[in-house]
Design a protein. Structure first.
Length: 223
């Protein structure tokens, strides 16, 4: 296997060949998956280092040029930059190793093809056409039939009920006439009482006896 070194850091290599009698060597697919896992881990480390660098740079921007706290932060920033370069180089090496491992027969396992469960798509299309062309018209026809049946039921009003309603109407009219007559009578009595009170208010007073002179003839009573 070809080994590469970036900035003094040895590059990860493929699994070594084990001696006979020891454990069996990992398969090509296992080596390929191992390199992919290493790539993911290196990417996570690179993201963490970049976040740390942004935080340190933000702290430096808040400090003045003569602040004594700038030197430790600048030294830490330099160290983080070196680590970022190292991890970036390891990612480049890992990309080459992933490509080499993928070239080994049997390393890349294709996922099994997707097998659709249930009826084919043609069955769904045919079912949709059947619903639109058959079931939908039948539903509309059944709804219209129910609506017409309800209209016929309403139009066929029972005769007994109509006769009863007619008698109730006559009774209500007779009651209204009697109530009107009672009201007329009350108004007449009220008018009589009012006129009697007015006449007493004007009134002539009680009748007084007339004194008759001596020797005068009393008027003859009419037969």
């Amino acid at each position: 296997m070809i080994q590469q070194t970036i900035q003094g850091t040895p590059a990860p290599t493929a699994a070594p060949v084990v001696a006979q009698g020891a454990r069996s060597a990992p398969s090509a697919a296992a080596i390929y998956e191992g390199f992919k896992a290493q790539r993911n881990e290196l990417r996570n480390q690179l993201d963490d280092l970049q976040g740390t660098r942004q935080a340190i740079a933000g702290q430096l921007e808040e400090l003045s040029a003569t602040s004594p706290e700038r030197k430790p932060l600048e030294a830490r920033l330099t160290d983080v930059d070196q680590r970022i370069v190292t991890v970036d180089g390891q990612l480049a090496t890992n990309a080459m190793q992933v490509a080499q491992a993928a070239a080994i027969p049997g390393a890349v396992v294709e996922p099994p093809p997707y097998v659709r469960q249930g009826p084919p798509e043609e069955a769904w299309v045919a079912g949709g056409f059947f619903m639109v062309l058959v079931i939908f018209p039948l539903t509309i026809a059944y709804a219209r039939r129910i609506w017409r049946r309800g209209a016929v039921t309403v139009s066929a009003f029972p005769k007994e009920l109509s006769d009863r309603l007619f008698r109730m109407e006559q009774a209500v009219e007779a009651t209204s006439l009697e109530v009107e007559r009672i009201g007329e009578g009350q108004r007449f009595l009220t008018r009589l009482f009012t006129e009697g009170e007015n006449s007493r208010a004007l009134g002539t007073g009680a009748a007084q006896p007339i004194e008759q002179k001596k020797g005068a003839r009393s008027p003859e009573r009419l037969p």
